[in-house]
Write a protein that binds this ligand. Structure first.
Ligand code: 5GP
Length: 353
């Protein structure tokens, strides 16, 4: 099924716009600052990896049936009840197919191309964005260093003005794994590799962020900018909010359920909020665009960065996310072209270059 045929909010918003308004969105210089590598692999690339592994006698697939079902689900457009449904998609389907260095290199190359090459969705389209900060959690494939170097080798084929890497750590990590990942990010940066930041991601119901704060401060002291997933679920602990905000991050991912006090702090520090509208709508973190926390930040003229999050799972594009700003209600927020251009400029200003 083509992406355009899926009745998803961003597709509906984009197709409601006239051709000149779609062109306006596509031609705006914008930065994609919140994109997870394994969540953004083009479906065709993942299907090819599956077919090749299925046909290979030397590296047969574990749980072939489960992977096939996962791929079918991704093709149909994953139906999620909530954010918990989202996290189970990764280990059994996606990671099973990106479990060696050649596969990681191919997947990374395909993700970069999908964002930075022209003509990906239609021959006349410009690249989805002018600049991409891709993020990924280092896996032991076969070592974390080899995994990150394979990703960096692909990222560094593009100019520094076009692409950079953020190293993610996962809330479920044990302390020794967290320290290993943070040390690795610092060392790679010191070796001159294009690592610009550190992210905390993973299941928001797991982990204790007070125990993560020292490692995050260490990364920051070594020159890595921080972007932290925060308050993605209603029951998110206030102690985690306090621990993460104590590191004074440059950007926050989602920040869906911050209370008014935390919102005040974010505004005081001018912390950029990475807004992923489709992700929030499809994970049912928000009931509608009207109820979305983007409204608060727009009202206060606070810096935001519109991003896709996981294009493989949500089947969205950056143009579609911007269409959710420009389209008339109820499909979009009904912003003017000048307002949308200002939002795009905010994303360029928020780069960790
Ligand atoms: P990877 O880091 O393996 O390249 O990208 C996939 C991983 O990113 C997932 O396993 C998950 O840990 C993380 N991730 C992707 N999207 C989200 C999100 O919306 N929220 C959080 N907290 N983590 C996410």
């Amino acid at each position: 099924m083509s992406v355009a045929a899926l009745q998803l909010p961003a597709n509906l918003a984009l197709s409601s716009l006239s051709a000149p308004r779609q062109d306006f969105i596509r031609s705006l210089p914008k930065a994609e600052l919140h994109a997870h590598l394994n969540g953004c692999i083009p479906l065709r690339c993942l299907q090819e990896l599956y077919r090749e592994r299925a046909a290979s006698s030397t590296s047969p697939l574990p749980e072939d049936d489960v992977i096939k079902k996962g791929l079918d689900l991704l093709e149909r457009g994953a139906m999620l009840n909530d954010i918990n449904d989202f996290f189970v998609i990764f280990p059994k389907t996606i990671y099973a197919l990106t479990s060696n260095i050649p596969a990681i290199s191919r997947a990374t190359s395909a993700v970069l191309e999908s964002f930075l090459s022209p003509g990906v969705t239609a021959p006349e389209d410009p690249p989805q964005c002018a600049y991409l900060e891709l993020r990924t959690t280092p896996r032991r494939t076969p070592t974390r260093r080899e995994y990150l170097c394979a990703v960096l080798d692909e990222v560094e084929k593009y100019a520094a003005s076009q692409a950079a890497l953020i190293v993610s750590v996962d809330r479920r990590m044990a302390m020794e794994d967290l320290d290993e990942c943070v040390d690795l990010a610092i060392v790679l940066k010191q070796e001159g590799r294009r690592v610009v930041g550190l992210d905390v991601c993973g299941d928001p119901s797991q982990g204790d962020m007070a125990t993560f704060a020292p490692a995050l401060n260490r990364a920051k002291a070594s020159g890595l900018a921080l972007t932290l997933h925060i308050a993605e679920i209603p029951e998110y602990p206030t102690s985690d909010v306090a621990a993460l905000l104590s590191t004074r991050p440059a950007r926050l991912g989602h920040a869906t359920f911050l209370d008014p006090e935390a919102q005040e702090l974010v505004r005081r520090d001018k912390t950029v909020i990475e807004i992923c509208l489709s992700s929030n709508l499809l994970c049912n973190s928000t009931t509608s665009l009207d109820a979305h926390h983007i409204q608060y930040y727009l009202e206060h003229d606070h810096p935001i960065a519109i991003s896709t999050d996981d294009t493989l799972v949500f089947r969205n594009t950056l143009a579609g996310e911007y269409a959710l700003l420009l389209a008339q209600p109820p499909l979009g927020l009904g912003l003017s072209e000048a307002e949308v251009a200002r939002v795009a400029a905010m994303s360029m200003d928020a780069r960790f270059l």
